[in-house]
Design a protein around this ligand. Sequence first.
Ligand code: 8YV
Length: 307
Amino acid sequence: MKPHLLLIEPMMPEIEAALDAAYTVHRWQKDTLPSDVQIRAIATGGGTGVPRAVMDALPTLEVIAINGIGTDAVDLIEAARRGIAVTVTRDVLTDDVADLAMALMLASLRDLLPGDRLVRDGLWGKQGLPLARKVSGSRLGIVGMGQVGQAIARRAQAFSMQVSYFSRRNLDLPFTPFVNNLVALAAQSDILVVAASGGPQSRNLVNREVIEALGPNGLLVNVARGTVVDEQALVTALQEGRLGRAALDVFVDEPNVPDALKTMSNVVLQPHRASATLETRQAMGRLVLDNLAAHFAGRPLLTPVAL
Ligand code: 8YV
């Protein structure tokens, strides 16, 4: 008898095929849950997580395998209380998220999208573009210095950027000063990139004061979670010219993006796809499968969340 698994967020076809081979997979339809089956496992995405009502409705749940690194959309305290194991896809997506952070910095400051549009519209030679801004040598502030933050710092150093960071604690990193105050970090940065985990501890960490300290020439990049930034304060600061630019992969209420952001030419938008490369999604999917297999074979989990 194959264990019953609830798939909350779709995965790559080859990974879903492997899930189908090993489990009886129930694909989640919003507001409905399979009845009369004992769901023992959930596979879900980092941004989507597990709605609390879903967890509550599944008394036989044993394991939640997150196809991502973020745990903010899963109630870890309740999972621990019920002895439900939770796994993430640690390590394998770090490079991609850091790559997208660099891509967003470059796309925004070098005005890649307006340049592309001008060429496609047949306006090259007919219409000019304002000069872009220099990326190399700029001052980069990183908010959250976990694996992703550190991978961004390594890339930024190759761009001769002066990197500083704000984090829960000073990590004593070589050539990378820790700044104990986020407003001060923003004030001394040309670019502020958000790489901190989501959750109540970081909600609206990048608030109006931080955004204003970054200022009219500053760029805010977010590849972490929308909740880390006060989105309304961000929109208002951009509208009023108190912040120069924003490049965002994540939003508070995905997939809903504030309409105001869609009309601004100083904003670059992406649909939460920092880990969405073929190679990385294969590696993430494989880790989800391997964690689930380990659980059902009674072996140690590969990448458990410490509860
Ligand atoms: C994924 C993420 O897009 O790692 C995370 O927490 O949010 C992203 O890597 C997501 O997990 C897939 O839904």
